[in-house]
Design a protein around this ligand. Structure first.
Ligand SMILES: Nc1ncnc2c1ncn2[C@@H]1O[C@H](COP(=O)(O)OP(=O)(O)OP(=O)(O)O)[C@@H](O)[C@H]1O
Ligand SMILES: [Mg+2]
Length: 273
């Protein structure tokens, strides 16, 4: 679905933001991209729908070279949800914001209305669609921007920090959105600092630092690699830290998610469900 080959990118500064990044993502994967601030995650994400074009190297989306493919074509395949919702929202009602993409695609009003209703339902926003997006809180604004992406019915969704501004319930909701989209066949790429969210949603994790990919593998192996995480200035999720400290006390634990932790603790303590 996505092929990034030795991509270099620099803004108008001396130090490149991407220094030879290579990455392939198959259809149907949920991949997390993690790493310290300024590591190049957003810069990489913006290459996946042609918002940025590689200075060196190639990005192919479903086989299309992003440098040679019109933006509207790429946007119909990959939807990028901005890190900061106010960089994305520009209409004055939630309806217009979510309907914008489908209208640009030339769909009928009936079809557009169906897509808007579907997208708002997927993200779990039950509000008056005539609400001004700026009257919503930050977490709800993020959900509106995710709904705008969902309404385009793309093959791939790239969510840049989707859980920022969400409380515990909001985070769970976003995790459910990711699972639902994936179960409907979508490829989902999540950029996040939220390690618990990563363990609950992504089977594969890519670690970036200073414009390069430090590691790429199953989330369980990445999260267990203390040395790697500390090189990327990432604190392992609480479940993993608990497993480590219990292992040092002679318990054989390797849980990643809270439900796995419950299962393993119950088994170790010999109590049932
Ligand atoms: N529009 C821009 N103009 C100039 N430099 C930029 C711009 N956007 C990002 N950079 C620089 O490029 C590098 C990579 O930034 P990027 O935003 O891709 O990192 P990130 O991993 O997404 O960080 P964060 O976790 O803080 O969102 C940083 O050094 C950053 O300062
Ligand atoms: Mg970023």
């Amino acid at each position: 679905m996505i092929d990034v080959e030795d991509v270099w990118y620099w803004y108008d500064q001396d130090v490149p933001a991407l220094k030879g990044v290579s990455l392939s993502i198959r259809a149907g994967e949920v991949v997390a991209i993690i790493g310290q601030n300024g590591g190049g995650k957003t810069t990489l994400a913006k290459h996946l729908n042609g918002l940025l074009k590689p200075r060196r190297g190639v990005v192919r989306v479903k086989g299309y070279d992003t440098r040679e493919t019109p933006t509207h074509k790429l946007a119909s395949i990959v939807a990028y949800v901005f890190q900061n919702p106010s960089h994305q929202i520009f209409m004055s009602t939630v309806y217009d914001e979510v309907a914008y993409g489908p209208l640009q695609m030339g769909l009928t009003r009936t079809m557009v209305n169906k897509l808007v209703a579907y997208a708002l339902e997927v993200v779990g926003l039950s509000l008056n669609p005539q609400t001004h997006p700026y009257d919503l809180d930050y977490g709800q604004m993020k959900l509106v921007t995710i709904a705008s992406a969902v309404a385009m019915n793309p093959d791939v969704l790239v969510l840049d920090e989707p859980t920022t501004g969400q409380d515990h319930r909001g985070r769970r909701k976003v995790a459910e959105v990711v699972k639902r989209l994936n179960s409907e066949g979508k490829t989902v790429i999540i950029i996040t600092h939220d390690m618990r969210f990563v363990t609950e949603t992504a089977g594969r994790t890519v670690v970036m630092a200073e414009g390069v990919v430090l590691a790429d593998g199953p989330t369980s192996s990445i999260m267990a690699d203390v040395e790697l995480l500390s090189r990327a200035a990432i604190k392992p999720p609480q479940t993993v830290r608990l497993a480590q400290s219990l292992r040092s006390r002679g318990f054989n634990m390797s849980m990643l998610t809270v439900s796995e932790a419950l299962e393993e603790l119950r088994a170790a303590l010999g109590c049932g469900g």
